[in-house]
Design a protein around this ligand. Structure first.
Ligand code: MG
Ligand code: MG
Length: 283
């Protein structure tokens, strides 16, 4: 990966926003299909058709040989799982990660879903991980440094909640490439790392484990699992740094609406004020 950071023009940012909205609509479609007995392989096909019907291409399919439109990571799987024929079971959690490519740019977002009756301890892991995403996003403003984002995620998940923040995988710059500089770690030190500047577009994606932060890769060459096989949650937004603070280019509201309308999914409760980023405090 080139170390060069490509800052985006306003028109490029709008293309990425449009792509990220398509990603989130695709995630919402997937959410509407989730239930015990559903097969992720079938949802993946539907997601691919949906993306192509919008004159876009799946962003992940064929990327370094990845075989599918969606990354579907179940329970102890952290990220990069494959869609499977094996049906979902009551009590599963599943991270679905999606990318699209259109008009020479990518979009990227992810969400973790709770199917049926899920252990409250695991729902809390999901809630804390989603909250940490917004705490990280809140740091994406000019004058801050990359370590401020990672520190916010890490402090909330590890120090305040006792979970393990995955170090081996990170968020990333995004644009003409799915993954470009800079790396966006989910851990870090305040005031350290590269300076965040206006027009930087990054995907922030905390991967948080109920137990150990350590992970390993399965022999399929892709799937990352927690080393102790305890559950893991993952949420992702694509964000642009503006003079006024973070502007979230992806939109989970499509997904959250689909969750509300699907009785087979357990709802999280995440505090609302965290979402009010448009009224971001500049101080
Ligand atoms: Mg992603
Ligand atoms: Mg990503």
């Amino acid at each position: 990966m080139s170390r060069v950071i490509y800052y985006k023009t306003p028109s490029e940012i709008e293309i990425i926003r449009e792509n990220c909205h398509l990603v989130c609509k695709t995630l919402a479609l997937a959410a509407s299909r989730l239930k015990p007995g559903a097969k992720s392989s079938e949802i993946d096909k539907e997601a691919e058709d949906f993306i192509r019907s919008h004159d876009a291409k799946p962003g992940f399919k064929g990327y370094n040989g990845f075989p599918a439109t969606l990354c579907v990571s179940l329970n102890e799987q952290v990220v990069h799982g494959f869609p499977k024929e094996e049906p979902f079971k009551d009590g599963d959690i599943v991270s679905i990660d999606c990318g699209v490519y259109k008009n020479d740019f990518f979009g990227d977002a992810a969400y973790t879903f709770a199917i049926g009756e899920v252990d409250p301890e695991v729902i809390k892991l999901m809630e804390v991980t989603l909250t940490s995403l917004y705490l990280g996003i809140a740091q994406a403003k000019p004058g801050n440094r990359m370590g401020d984002i990672g520190h916010a995620v890490q402090d909330y998940c590890e120090r305040q909640n006792g979970y393990g923040v995955v170090r081996a995988l990170v968020g990333h710059g995004i644009g003409r490439n799915l993954h470009e500089a800079p790396e966006v770690p989910n851990h870090g030190r305040r005031g350290k790392g590269i300076l965040l500047k206006k027009d930087l577009v990054i995907a922030i994606e905390p991967m948080v484990n109920l137990g150990t932060r350590n992970v390993r890769q399965l022999s399929d060459g892709w799937t990352i699992v927690s080393k102790d096989r305890k559950p893991s949650a993952h949420f992702e937004h694509t964000v642009v740094v503006t003079a006024d603070g973070p502007d979230i280019l992806s939109d989970h509201s499509y997904v959250e609406e689909a969750i509300k309308n699907n009785d087979n999914l357990t709802q999280m409760s995440v505090e609302k004020p965290i979402f009010a980023l448009r009224n971001f405090d500049h101080g």
